[in-house]
Design a binder for this molecule. Structure first.
Ligand code: HPA
Length: 273
């Protein structure tokens, strides 16, 4: 059997043995979104380092654990922290948790991240629903022999970000009286922030926000038949939009400020999915 498929199965078996109800919704918490994991009820915490086949390194700036339990009456598998390509993980490792969710039976995946605003109309603190993405890493989690048990060789990517979930997201945002942006997310490899010239390039290409994650997870999930919603917190304006240097501290601070709105939004989304 394929070694990767074997690793996914082993990890899924390990997690399955630790929980009482299987999750129907998966949630990946990006930089600054991590506090949301505190709202999981009857939570089982499983550090990534305990899961067979998972990297033994921690996740910088994140708890690096599964938090599995209930939110708004639904069983959710929350990933507090993710594996990034810029940390040196290959794309198969970056998407290993998504594959584990697939085997656990997750039907809907909510991907969150911190992102720089490329669209000049955006403001720091905005939430942006991802309508589509542009991959600038040149790498894919689907490279190599296809694992037919997980999905097809040439998956369609016309609607990566589910239209019904996007519609629902706007309903929820309207109900909560905040402006939800919607736009195209470009993934750069990182870990350096972009240059102003790169940001001008991304704008020409049609990007509204830029970050260093999410795309491989969305691709793996769609390959596996999981519905995807993506949402970015605009934590800073991208390089060169304002005449100010970017810092990770600024990114974390801006997402902390958005935490209250994020909690209400995610909770209501989960309730209504
Ligand atoms: N660029 C890339 N990734 C990011 C940014 C950015 O400006 N802000 C938060 N994550």
């Amino acid at each position: 059997m394929d070694a990767y498929l074997n690793a996914i199965r082993e990890a899924a078996d390990y997690i399955r043995a630790r929980i009482s109800d299987l999750p129907e919704i998966g949630l990946v918490l990006g930089s600054g979104w991590g506090d949301f994991a505190e709202h999981v009820e009857d939570a089982v915490h499983i550090p990534y380092t305990e899961v067979p086949g998972f990297p033994k390194t921690g996740v910088a700036g994140h708890a690096g654990e599964w938090v599995i339990g209930r939110i708004a009456g639904k069983t959710v598998a929350v990933m507090s922290g993710r594996f990034h390509y810029y940390e040196g993980h290959d794309m198969k490792t970056v998407t290993l948790p998504v594959r584990v969710m697939q085997l656990l039976g997750v039907k809907t995946l909510i991907l969150t991240n911190a992102a720089g605003g490329v669209n000049g109309e955006y403001e720091v603190g905005d939430l942006m629903l991802i309508s589509d993405h542009i991959s600038m890493t040149g790498a894919s989690p689907l490279f190599g022999p296809n694992i037919d048990e997980l999905g097809p060789r040439f998956p369609d990517m016309t609607h990566v970000y589910d239209r019904d979930l996007r519609f629902l997201a706007h309903l929820v945002a309207n109900g909560q009286h905040f402006r939800l942006r919607e736009g195209v997310y470009a993934q750069m490899p990182g870990p350096c922030y972009e240059t102003p010239a790169e940001i001008r390039m991304l704008r020409v290409l049609g990007a509204d926000a830029v970050g260093m994650s999410t795309v491989p997870e969305a691709v793996a999930a769609r390959h596996g038949g999981i519905k995807v919603m993506g949402i970015s917190c605009i934590t800073n304006m991208a390089a060169g939009v304002l005449d100010a240097p970017l810092s990770h501290g600024e990114v974390m601070e801006a997402s902390r400020k958005a935490a209250g709105r994020v909690k209400a939004f995610l909770e209501e989304m989960i309730r209504r999915i």
